[in-house]
Design a protein around this ligand. Sequence first.
Ligand code: CNA
Length: 238
Amino acid sequence: MDAQIAKLKEWIDGSDNIVFFGGAGVSTESGIPDFRSVDGLYNQQYKYPPETILSHSFFMAEPEEFYRFYRAKMLALDAQPNAAHLKLAAWERAGKCRAVITQNIDGLHQKAGSREVLELHGSVLRNHCMRCRKPYDVRDIAAGTGVPKCACGGMIKPDVVLYEESLDSGTINKSVSYIAAADILIIGGTSLAVYPAAGLIDYYRGRRLVLVNKTETPADRRADLVIHGAIGEVFSQL
Ligand code: CNA
């Protein structure tokens, strides 16, 4: 692994056009469980599978059950950025990292200081009334119980892209532009199993495709460098 990290460091030191594409694995070292690891949410037992609970139709049909799961498992407001988030923010400040494209909804890249963060699946930090669109702070959601309601009587929904919902086209287009123009694309902490997000990496045309993940991914074979390890540990050595 040392030789691979040394190679990645050399590439990074020589680039001012790094783009990062990441997922839930980027935040596990901050204490937020991902979906597909052995201790991830998909391997825990609930009344309904998480994919079902986190779908638009379930949200509309059983909002109480949705919010019970959501408050317990998706809100981690005390979590702090780890070495991976912090390194990406430092690279941006140094003019090296152009954008962080994330499937995460936890806001930790911004908390670490990154500015150009494209949130493909939205953010738990933003919420709005489905009737009058009034915005609500995440603390209003976390503090309450049951289904959060607006003063107008409407139901409050997190600005998170649920299963069955479409991604924001502006965010997709911007992500495609960054990836297509990138010198180095680092993919980290993602199983690359959730589409259409995972398909965005196909727009990369460069010759420095890097994968940093604990487990194998479908893109390992076409990567120019693969590091199987914990991303925070790896990034702290760069
Ligand atoms: P996933 O499918 O759970 O995959 C996570 C991947 O990360 C797996 O391949 C793991 O092996 C790998 N991994 C776990 N920990 C580490 C680590 N420390 N270092 C390196 N690799 C690690 O998650 P994806 O992001 O691929 O799936 C997309 C879903 C998960 C998105 O819709 C997210 O919104 C959703 N999600 C987000 C969060 C969050 O915001 N923190 C948490 C849980 C789920």
